[in-house]
Design a protein around this ligand. Structure first.
Ligand code: GDP
Ligand code: IMO
Ligand code: MG
Length: 431
């Protein structure tokens, strides 16, 4: 029986990971975030009530689920505390079931200032980041100078290190970007919030995971962002600054790869991307607008409109390979309900050559033209369907073709934002 399941995005993020983690944690005891920060926005809809989570794992609404945040995550103390307070206001009591690694890197005000100054300076070449300081925080970590959650415990030591880092970052902000410096008070305030509210949640995450494994608990590892935004595997430099792919689980929470039983890749029935960077199947026409409107494609974190396009089997095959996907979960099928015909990119063409693999050179990817096959639409509602046999034949054919092109089975199909709007084809827990 499968016990440790990874749920991750196999496109450019916002595939519906939050919904799926919430659904699957009905049968699990533990949910773990292993990378990313509050650049993520994971939406859960239960009986019409919407909850958007940024740092807290999407299992939190189940009172039997313990949520862990691993050391691969970057944490903004004020954002995490605000998220906790919001849930407490909603009546969700979880102090004893939220545990955070003391080794997690902190996102501090100078990271936000640097992120925004850098994007502004890049002008038309900007990455289109969420502006939340994620990249600069990971840079500090890799540069071996970051402040971590455990550093807030000793206020004097925190202040000493913060002063040094502030001096370093303010130098760049003022002299290179001609931007305003960040105040020491704003950094110390983050330390205070972390000390007063988050310090008591600090735990040894790898040791806790070992204990849970020995207790035979079922665990869901929740990815943020998506495969094509991975710092090593994505469309660099238009990526985030962490490993969003399956390999990130082991390093990001201290749980060895041999312990993982299944990896499910969440994919929309089409594609979206928010922020800049190549997107071969992007639509600039009425069909794209129709998908954006029906899919309500606006970022859960920044509210920015998401770019929309056809399903890209070349990119998905890459995600299957990189993540060793056991299978797919296809979401937002209902968004395609009104379309007369639906296209799938099966390859690319670049300077007269056929490409069957996603090129790693971002300039080539930006120039690559998709080669499409066209499938008839179903033009009737699939919203809320919970059985495969109730799907129109054309929708079944489309889904079967997705699976065939990606060479992995489909485990689930999502037909609405609600937890219950889901077709379950294979039970990942029973394999
Ligand atoms: P995440 O970042 O991967 O968790 O995804 P987001 O929450 O950012 O974006 C997914 C959006 O689609 C959210 O608004 C969900 O409520 C919604 N959603 C998820 N699954 C479905 C579905 O099958 N159909 C429709 N119409 N909406 C869905
Ligand atoms: P979830 O977990 C979609 C994108 C940004 C930008 C790039 C770098 O909700 O799927 P960053 O702020 O991380 O330095 O921005 O990554 N991005 C996301 N896109 N969903 C997300 O998270 C994202 N998190 C970051 O738009 O292109
Ligand atoms: Mg999202």
């Amino acid at each position: 029986m499968t016990k440790s399941i990874v749920i991750l995005g196999s496109q450019w993020g916002d595939e519906g990971k939050g919904k799926l983690v919430d659904l699957l944690t009905d049968k699990a005891q533990v949910a773990v975030r292993f990378q990313g920060g509050h650049n993520a926005g994971h939406t859960l809809v239960i009986n019409g009530e919407k909850t958007v989570l940024h740092l807290i794992p999407s299992g939190i609404l189940h009172s039997h689920v313990t949520c862990l945040i691993g050391q691969g995550v970057v944490i903004s103390p004020s954002h995490l505390w605000a998220e906790i307070e919001k849930l407490i206001q909603k009546g969700i009591d979880f102090k004893n079931r939220l545990k955070i690694s003391g080794a997690a890197t902190l996102v501090l005000p100078y990271h936000v200032a640097l992120d925004q100054a850098r994007e502004k300076a890049k002008g038309s070449k900007a990455v289109g980041t969420t502006g939340r300081g994620i990249g600069p925080a990971y840079e500090d970590k890799i540069g071996r100078r970051a402040l971590r959650l455990c550093d807030v415990l000793d206020a004097a030591r925190f202040e000493e290190k913060a002063k040094e880092l502030l001096h370093f970052h303010n130098f760049v902000l003022q002299n290179y970007f001609s931007a305003e410096p960040v105040s020491l008070a704003s950094v110390l305030e983050e330390g205070r919030i972390a000390r007063e509210h988050l310090a008591e949640l600090i735990d040894d995450v790898p040791a806790r995971l070992k204990q849970y494994r020995q207790e035979n608990k079922t665990m869901i590892f929740e990815g943020a962002q998506g495969t094509l935004l991975d710092i090593d595997q994505g469309s660099y430099p238009y990526v985030t600054s962490s490993n969003t792919t399956a390999g990130g689980v082991a390093s990001g929470c201290g749980y060895g790869p041999r312990y993982l039983d299944a990896v499910l890749g969440i994919t929309k029935a089409y594609c979206t991307r928010v922020g800049a960077g190549p997107f071969p199947t992007e639509l600039h026409d009425e069909v794209g607008k129709n998908i954006a409107t029906r899919g309500n494609e606006f970022g859960s974190t920044t509210g920015r409109p998401r770019r929309c396009g056809w399903f890209d089997a070349v990119a998905l095959r890459r995600a299957v390979m990189i993540n060793s996907l056991s299978g797919l979960v296809v979401t937002k099928l209902d968004v395609l309900d009104s379309l007369e015909e639906i296209k799938i990119a099966t390859g690319y063409e670049y300077q007269g050559q056929q490409l069957s693999e996603l090129p790693v050179d971002t300039d080539i990817l930006a120039e690559a033209k998709p080669v499409y096959e066209t499938w008839p639409g179903w033009q009737c509602t699939t919203e809320g369907i919970r059985n495969w046999s109730d799907l129109p034949k054309a929708a079944q054919n489309y889904l079967n073709r997705m699976a065939e092109l990606c060479e992995v089975p489909i485990y689930m199909v999502s037909t609405g934002a609600e937890r219950k709007d889901t077709i379950i084809l294979r039970d990942v827990f029973e394999e």
